[in-house]
Design a protein around this ligand. Structure first.
Ligand code: NAI
Ligand code: A1CAB
Length: 273
C-alpha cells in the first residue's frame, strides 16, 4: 500500500453499512486512497462490495491490524469486545483504534484492547457518504492530540466533527447518530403529503428533500434561530401557519424530542450490557 493524503493506512473491521459510507466518503474526498485501505468481514457479499470500489478485502481481522495504522471497529456493539480480544496480540504503539459502535465505552474498549492502546470513540452518521456527516468524538487510553487531529482530518473530509466528553456521546447517538432516520421519515411524509395534494411522486420527493436540505443550510449559514427562520415563512393568515398549526396539534415537537431521548436511553442501555 502507498501513502494517501493522511499518510496513514486505514483498516475496517466490519465492512457493513457504516464502514462502506466512511470508506466511500474518504475516497471521494481524496483524504485516503482506496489502495491505502483494507477491510474485513465474514460475509463475502460485503467483501465484494469493498472490492468493487478497490479497497482490499480480507477474511482475517488480524490481517487488517497488521496492515493498517488507523483501525475502524465497525461491527455491531456486541462484537466489539470479542473482536478486540481476538486481535489484541497484534496491536502495537503504531495503532489507533477508532470505535464507532453505539454505547461501547472507552473503559470497555480499554479492558478488551489493553492499557497501552490509543483509543478514539466516534459517533458518526450515514451522511458521511455524501460528505455531510455530523459526528462527535472523545479520546481514551493512550490517544494523543495528534491522534485526535488525524481522526478530525478524516471526519472533516466527510462533514463535521466535534469533540465532547464521553458522557455526552449517548446523547449524540440519540440525536445525530440516529437522526438521519428521523429526517428520512420526515422527507417521506412530506413527499406523501405532496402526493396526497396531487403532485407526481418523483417531483414531490425532489421538492421534499431539497426543502430539508435548503432549510438545514439556512440554519447553518445564517446563524439565525430556527424559530426566526420559521417566522420568515409564515405570512399572517397565510398557508404556512395553517399547516404549522396542524403540526403543533399533532404533538410532532414532543414526538421528536422523545425520539432523541429514547435513542439516547437505548445507547446508555447498550453501554451497560
Ligand atoms: N448505521 C448507522 O447509521 C450507524 C452505525 N453506527 C455503529 O456502527 C457499527 C456498525 O453498524 P452498521 O454498519 O450499521 O452495521 P452492519 O451490520 O451493516 O455492519 C457490521 C458488519 O460487521 C460484520 N461482522 C460481524 N461480525 C464480525 C467479526 N467478528 N469481524 C469482522 N466483521 C464482523 C458483519 O458481517 C457486518 O457486515 C455499529 O456498532 C453501530 O452502532 C454508528 C453510527 C451510525
Ligand atoms: O441504530 C443504531 O444502533 C446505530 C447507532 C446510531 C445509528 N445507528
Amino acid at each position: 500500500m502507498g501513502l494517501g493524503k493522511l499518510e496513514k493506512r486505514v483498516g475496517f473491521i466490519g465492512a457493513g453499512q457504516m464502514a462502506e459510507a466512511l470508506a466511500r466518503g474518504f475516497i471521494s474526498k481524496g483524504v485516503v486512497k482506496a489502495s491505502d485501505m483494507i477491510a474485513t468481514d465474514p460475509v463475502k457479499a460485503r467483501r465484494d462490495v469493498f472490492e468493487s470500489f478497490s479497497v482490499k478485502p480480507v477474511i482475517s481481522n488480524a490481517e487488517v491490524v497488521k496492515e493498517a495504522d488507523i483501525i475502524f471497529l465497525a461491527v455491531k456493539p456486541q462484537f466489539v469486545a470479542p473482536v478486540l480480544k481476538e486481535v489484541r496480540q497484534h496491536l502495537t504503539e503504531k495503532h489507533t483504534i477508532v470505535s464507532i459502535a453505539a454505547g461501547k465505552t472507552l473503559a470497555s474498549l480499554k479492558e478488551a484492547a489493553g492499557e497501552d492502546t490509543k483509543l478514539v470513540r466516534v459517533m458518526p452518521n450515514t451522511p458521511c457518504l455524501v460528505g455531510e456527516t455530523a459526528s462527535a468524538m472523545c479520546l481514551g487510553g493512550k490517544a494523543s492530540d495528534e491522534d485526535a487531529e488525524e481522526v478530525r482530518t478524516l471526519f472533516s473530509s466527510v462533514g463535521r466533527i466535534v469533540q465532547v466528553d464521553e458522557k455526552l456521546l449517548s446523547a449524540v447517538t440519540g440525536l445525530s447518530g440516529s437522526g438521519p432516520a428521523y429526517v428520512f421519515l420526515m422527507i417521506e411524509a412530506l413527499a406523501d403529503g405532496g402526493v396526497r395534494a396531487g403532485l407526481p411522486r418523483d417531483i414531490s420527493m425532489a421538492l421534499a428533500a431539497q426543502t430539508v436540505l435548503g432549510s438545514a443550510k439556512m440554519v447553518l449559514e445564517t446563524g439565525k434561530h430556527p424559530g426566526q427562520l420559521k417566522d420568515m415563512v409564515t405570512s399572517p393568515g397565510g398557508t404556512t401557519i395553517a399547516g404549522y398549526h396542524e403540526l403543533e396539534k399533532s404533538g410532532v415537537r414532543s414526538g421528536i424530542i422523545n425520539a432523541v431521548l429514547a435513542a439516547t436511553n437505548r445507547a446508555d442501555e447498550i453501554s451497560r450490557l
